[in-house]
Design a protein around this ligand. Structure first.
Ligand SMILES: Nc1ncnc2c1ncn2[C@@H]1O[C@H](COP(=O)(O)OP(=O)(O)O)[C@@H](O)[C@H]1O
Ligand SMILES: [Mg+2]
Length: 255
């Protein structure tokens, strides 16, 4: 029998929806749209993203800037980051009954760390403190398509982002491609292992969003609802107004 992959935190009335996929697969685009939709449906949505805990931020930055991280310290520092976010930004809203959306989850660690040579079973055991997602979506995209989306304009690639620590190539772009290819292989293995819900990430953005909403919609009933408030205040509170509304007058009108 395979070992347990998650920890049971008891009664969690909220719902956890996570997105995964290689860089450029469209995760952030889809999650942003989903979050706006969930809020528009009157529910509380909380958001947490990979590698964003203030607890280990300065150490992570120093380790990355100075190229000090080995595959194992890289893995453990991200696990610490995730552990802190789980405690402070994921579990509390789940306990309160809210919807929690996370941009990347434990599968990102499994993909990247294993691509760096960390033992797959080891890294799965490290992250066993994670809570099981209500829905785990994997955006499947061919490597070339993701690279085209990400590398147009030749952005600067950071050392670890490009997987330069693996010594696959001296050229950051070449290294990035090889590294992302390895991660993609890991994701494909995780689809059956963890029952990830696959979305074809080459489809138009609107079609993918339709599939996301169809998947998430049945999970929402019973989740914590927001107090009813004017649309303009709601969008402002969530920092959403700037994306769609340009003129102040239009914005002020709803107040
Ligand atoms: N379905 C799609 N078709 C074409 N381009 C897309 C699609 N989804 C997202 N993009 C574009 O690809 C780039 C990467 O998308 P993003 O959501 O940031 O991906 P990720 O968060 O997975 O790295 C962005 O420029 C985005 O506008
Ligand atoms: Mg993103």
């Amino acid at each position: 029998m395979s070992p347990p992959r998650y920890t049971d935190y008891g009664e969690l009335p909220g719902r956890l929806v996570i997105v995964e996929g290689i860089d450029g697969s469209g995760k952030s685009t889809q999650l942003d749209l989903l979050r706006k939709w969930i809020i528009s449906q009157g529910y509380c949505a909380f958001f947490s993203e990979w590698n964003s805990s203030p607890v280990v931020r300065s150490t992570t930055k120093m380790g990355k800037d100075q190229h000090l991280l080995s595959p194992m310290t890289f893995s453990l520092i991200h696990a610490a980051d995730f552990a802190d976010r789980l405690d402070r930004t994921i579990l509390p809203p789940l306990r309160a009954g809210a919807v929690v959306l996370t941009d990347r989850y434990i599968f990102t660690a499994f993909g990247r760390d294993v691509a760096r040579g960390v033992d797959p079973e080891y890294v799965r055991r490290v992250y066993r403190f994670a809570v099981k997602p209500s829905a785990a979506v994997y955006f499947r995209v061919p490597l070339d398509e993701a690279l085209k989306r990400i590398l147009t304009g030749r952005p600067e690639l950071k050392y670890y982002e490009a997987g330069m620590d693996l010594g696959l190539s001296d050229d950051p772009y070449e290294s990035f491609k090889l590294f992302q290819g390895r991660i993609l292989e890991q994701y494909e293995k995780m689809v059956p292992e963890f029952g990830l819900h696959v979305i074809d990430a080459t489809l138009p953005i609107a079609e993918q969003q339709r599939q996301m909403r169809k998947l998430v919609s049945p999970l929402l009933s019973g989740c914590l609802r927001r107090p009813v408030m004017p649309y303009a205040r709601l969008t402002q509170e969530h920092g959403l107004s700037g994306h769609y509304l340009s003129g102040r007058s239009e914005f002020d009108a709803g107040r």
